[in-house]
Design a protein around this ligand. Structure first.
Ligand code: PHB
Length: 400
């Protein structure tokens, strides 16, 4: 960490001078041979092992797919990737991010999936004044009380999908609910968002069950739920944990008795693995693979052709991360340290995403539509709009 801090202070000193400012406005990437420009180093700090590995892989592959579509360059510079497996381990987050910046000397940080890891990364990105784009993790503080001019998110805040879900259950006549999730910000913030809109519309949460991340010993809780007989169960689980939960829920005989709902992360990317056990699950999310727009149709086909896998929300977020970086860096000729010009270009971009067009809030989080979906015939299908242009309240954000 000492190296990180001292390199930081040196940069601040440089930027504080007129010479530093002039150097930035006339930026030309380092040339290492005639006609060749230094590569832009992108650090992909994502989970490539553990329960969220498939999410990290889809983000990575879709980012690279989009990069190929825009000609393989960002801001006129060829891209070199440095990939780091963050293991969804918050205690390692700061050291990992610092290593990417000081040892690997990446120009841009992209990551991550896990809210706790993303907060550690963002603390380092802020300290180092390095552009960071978060392609998944929904920690509210990232674009709330810890918001920062150099930190952007192309995904969601945990509050958004949770909040979008409440009315869906009320419309289905479900008034009493047991919630269940992992005890870390993604789980607790999504359940809080859900409770806000669900209880405001007359629903009651009769029991909240929390497990440590990434535990998957669900059995005793499922027995308890069967005895409580709520109208419905509402959960956040994702990745391998979601696969296990959906299978155990059906295995415990609850599927036919108590309808299962959740934020859409429950079913995205897991449907092939769970088969019939997921049939009928209703969720809300900012993406559905069958969305009828040209960008989505092209994306779904291209992702399948490139990876032999189905597109999901995580792939969309990786794809859009590259789009946003491409627009921003093109505007500053590849100068990832351009600061205000770069950040204001990014904030004012309307991203033409497979999820539909979205804008970016002053706190740097997407303002986007949420959809009601249901698993039918092994696929998530669109049932309708849940909430139009939902913006996170960004409580406590002050960009300074
Ligand atoms: C998070 O940790 O913020 C998170 C992880 C996986 C998801 C959604 C959110 O599917």
């Amino acid at each position: 960490m000492t190296t990180l801090i001292s390199s930081l202070s040196r940069r601040r000193l440089l930027l504080g001078t007129a010479a530093g400012a002039a150097a930035i406005s006339t930026f030309t990437p380092t040339r290492f041979a005639i006609g060749q420009t230094a590569k832009l180093k992108v650090g992909l700090m994502l989970p490539y092992s553990g329960t969220y590995a498939s999410l990290g892989n889809n983000i990575t592959d879709a980012f690279k797919l989009r990069l190929a579509e825009v000609g393989g360059k960002l801001g006129g510079r060829e891209v070199e990737f440095v990939q780091l497996d963050d293991e969804s381990a918050p205690p390692k987050a700061k050291d990992n991010a610092a290593r990417l910046l000081t040892k690997d000397k990446v120009d841009v940080l992209v990551g991550t999936v896990h809210s706790g890891v993303a907060m550690g990364m963002a603390a380092v990105a802020r300290e180092e004044n390095t552009l960071m784009v978060c392609p998944n993790a929904g920690a509210g503080a990232l674009t709330g009380k810890n918001c920062s001019p150099n930190v952007f998110r192309t995904s969601f805040t945990n509050w958004q999908p949770g909040y979008a879900c409440g009315p869906m259950l009320i419309k289905d006549g479900k008034k009493t609910v047991v919630t269940m999730t992992w005890n870390y910000p993604a789980g607790t913030e999504q359940i809080d968002g859900f409770k806000q809109s669900f209880t405001a519309a007359g629903g009651t949460v009769i029991k909240e069950i929390l497990l440590d991340f990434p535990k998957v010993e669900f059995q005793a809780y499922l027995t308890e739920i069967a005895a409580l007989k709520p109208d419905a169960v509402f959960v956040f689980f994702s990745g391998d944990g979601a696969v296990k939960f959906i299978k155990d829920y059906a295995g415990a005989g609850l599927k036919a008795k108590i309808p299962l709902y959740g934020t859409g992360f429950l079913t995205d990317g897991v449907l092939q693995a769970v088969g019939n056990d997921a049939e009928g699950i209703k969720t809300a999310l900012h993406y559905v693979p069958d969305l009828d727009n040209a960008v989505n149709k092209k994306f779904v086909a291209a992702f399948k052709a490139a990876t032999k896998r189905e597109a999901d929300v995580f792939a969309v977020q990786g794809y859009d991360t590259c789009t946003l970086l491409s627009v921003g860096l093109d505007a500053v000729k590849g100068d990832a340290k351009a600061g205000r010009t770069l950040y204001s270009t990014m904030q004012n971009t309307i991203v033409d995403s497979p999820r539909g067009r979205f804008t970016i809030s002053a706190a740097h989080n997407p303002i986007q539509d949420f959809y009601v979906r249901q698993v039918k015939g092994g696929k998530d299908v669109l049932l309708g709009l849940a909430v139009k242009a939902l913006a996170d309240p960004a409580t406590g954000c002050n960009m300074g």
